[in-house]
Each structure stands twice: as C-alpha cells, then as structure tokens.
Design a protein around this ligand. Structure first.
Ligand SMILES: Cc1cc2nc3c(=O)[nH]c(=O)nc-3n(C[C@H](O)[C@H](O)[C@H](O)COP(=O)(O)O)c2cc1C
Length: 329
C-alpha cells in the first residue's frame, strides 16, 4: 500500500504538479491539503517506539520535522497527522507582511534532483492575527513556532506572543529573501545580543536556524554565541542564496537536493566541533529515505525538510520512517 501511494504521487507530480505553472501548482497543492482529510489514514505514520527522540527536552515520536513554510493552521493541523514528529510554522514577523510579488517561486532542475528557488519574503499575517489562528490549532504533535525580524525587539515581541502555542521556538536569522534577516550573520556582535534577548524572552527550548552560506561564521561565531546564551539547538539550515532572473527579486533561496552534500558536511562538522553540547536538526535537501538515514548517521538529532514534501509528497515521511526503523535494527 505504501508503495502504491508513493507511485501514485510520483505520477501525480510528474504528470500534473510539475507541469502546471508554479503558482497554480502551489494553489492546487494547498487546496488539496486543506480540503482532503488524508491525515485520517494511518498509512503515513509509523508506530515504531524506537524512533522517538528528545529535542530540547521535548519528546518527538520520531526525528522527522516539517520545515518552516506553511502558516495556514488548517495545513499545519493536517501535516500533524502525516507522520512527522513535529511540524514548524512559518516564520512570523511582528507586523503583517504581503511578501514579495509574483513570481516568487520557481522550480529548478539540478544535477541532484528537483529543487525550488523562492523569494517569498515572509508573507504572513503578523503576530496578532497569528496568535488568534494558533489558538484554534489542535496540538496533535509538537509544534515549533518560528520568529523572524530585523531587530532584537522584534524577535522578542514575536517570541513572547507565540511561545505559549509552541513546544519549541525557532529563530530564523538566515532567510536570504529579506536583506536585514539574511544580514544577521554578518553582524556577530548584534547576534550575541539577539541571542541573549531571545533566551530571556521564553523558557521554551530555542532553535537557531542558520544559513548554509555562512559556514565558517556559523562554526566560529554564531553557534558558540548561541551556546553561550543558553541556546542549544541549531537547525542547519535555511535555503542558499542564488541569482534567479525568473523571480521578481532576481534572486532567491535555493532548496532541495542540491543542498544535501553541504547539509551532511555541516552536520558532521558541527557534531565534531561541539559534541553533545549541541543538538542538531539537519535541514536542506533531505528528500529521500537514504538521505534521512545519512543525516542521522552523520550525527543529526532530527531531520527537517520542505522541498521533499512537495516533490515526493506526504508519503515521503513514512518511507523515511521505515528506512530509519530498518537501520536501527
Ligand atoms: C517557499 C518556501 C518558503 C519558506 N519559508 C520559510 C520561512 O518562513 N522560514 C524559514 O525558516 N524557512 C523557510 N523556508 C526554508 C525551509 O524551511 C528549508 O529550510 C529549506 O527549504 C531547505 O530545506 P529543503 O531543501 O528540505 O526544502 C522556506 C522554503 C520555501 C521553499
């Protein structure tokens, strides 16, 4: 049955979703997730208790995390039944943001497989509206709420407003689509202050999401500063900044399997350098069961992905869980 669903999605993706204009494919996919109660089926989930992990003291039934992209709570609620150990909400800003104009998402075929380039620009309803939306979201599995901002005050306000709805809090200092967010990595002194301020703003475990574009700074400055402030979980990482003339901003964030080699290398290096002081979420290009297995074997505590959810469909989580179960036996 799992194989049949996998095959059916491959056909759907190849024959329809990958051929529609990107904007139409996104609308259709999100409409399907909102409308179809697929999460009532048990096929997506694994009941292997051996897959459970602990992240920042929070128990996840398995190490797979839906990475930050969706803010619609109907979709997040649905995703909570699709096999993940946790789901991440979109990075929220203090005020509402319309995001960048279309085209803000394009497909890209890379040597490693299908990817995306986006310049979404944090389209989101802003803190106050999102608090109301999250209040209605049933918490079937742990939720990671996420904050982005251009000043420490903005992160602190968003974290204080969202923390009650999340089991963990992610701070996004790495999205390449908003200049001031991306540039946090070039301002180490300001980042130190940011980490201290956000650590003081919540008792929930904090994840700092870093950029694959700043490997050396991540290792030498950003992760040590996070640890010094008491932030013990790193997500590596966000999309990689690339030029893309088809997008309205002429550049965007590359996601998908082209990132995987660097993700694996980053996990290994961070684990070697920081040992068990740091928990690591591998993210970037994990779009196949073998890649999830490799990321965990390289020292990750958990694996997050988004592009694979689109290109391989919701059944990917189950395929990964089965592979992880097999490799742990
Ligand atoms: C359309 C789109 C929107 C995204 N929005 C966010 C966001 O709001 N916050 C964030 O931290 N990452 C965001 N990401 C990055 C993903 O969470 C993830 O880190 C990245 O895509 C790499 O993982 P992947 O290769 O599995 O997709 C977004 C990615 C895409 C494609």
């Amino acid at each position: 049955m799992v194989r049949a669903v996998d095959l059916a999605y491959r056909i759907l993706y190849r024959a329809l979703l990958s051929r529609l204009p990107e904007r139409a494919a996104v609308s259709l996919g999100q409409f399907g997730l909102r409308a179809l109660p697929i999460d009532r089926l048990s096929i997506w989930r694994s009941d292997d208790p051996g897959l459970a992990v602990t992240l920042g003291g929070v128990r996840l039934a398995n190490p797979l995390i839906l990475s930050s992209m969706y803010y619609d709570t109907r979709i997040l609620g649905r995703a909570m039944g699709l096999g993940f150990g946790a789901v991440t909400a979109k990075s929220i800003t203090r005020g509402p943001r319309p995001g960048h104009p279309h085209p803000n998402l394009v497909r890209i075929e890379t040597a490693e497989g299908p990817g995306l380039v986006n310049c979404n620009g944090f389209k989101n309803p802003g803190l106050d509206a999102y608090r109301r939306a999250l209040g209605a979201l049933p918490r079937r599995i742990p939720l990671i709420v996420a904050a982005a901002g251009e000043s420490a005050e903005e992160y602190v306000a968003v974290i204080r407003g969202l923390e009650e709805f999340g089991d963990l809090v992610e701070i996004n200092i790495s999205s390449p689509n908003t200049r001031l967010v991306y540039e946090w990595s070039t301002r180490p002194a300001a980042l130190e202050e940011l980490f201290v301020a956000v650590r003081a703003a919540t008792a929930k475990p904090i994840i700092v999401k870093i950029s694959p574009d700043f490997r050396q700074t991540n290792e030498e400055t950003i992760v040590p500063a996070a640890l010094a402030a008491g932030i013990r979980i790193v997500n590596c990482g966000n999309t990689r900044r690339v030029d893309e003339p088809r997008l309205s901003q002429k550049s965007g964030g590359l996601s998908g399997p082209a990132l995987f080699a660097a993700t694996l290398e980053n996990v290994r290096r961070l684990r070697d350098r920081f040992g068990t002081a740091l928990q690591i979420i591998a993210c970037g290009g994990i779009d196949a069961p073998e890649r999830a297995r490799q990321a965990m074997a390289a020292g990750a505590d958990a694996c997050a992905y988004f592009t694979g959810f689109i290109t391989r469909g919701p059944i990917l989580a189950r395929l990964m869980l089965d592979a992880l179960s097999r490799s742990s036996k």
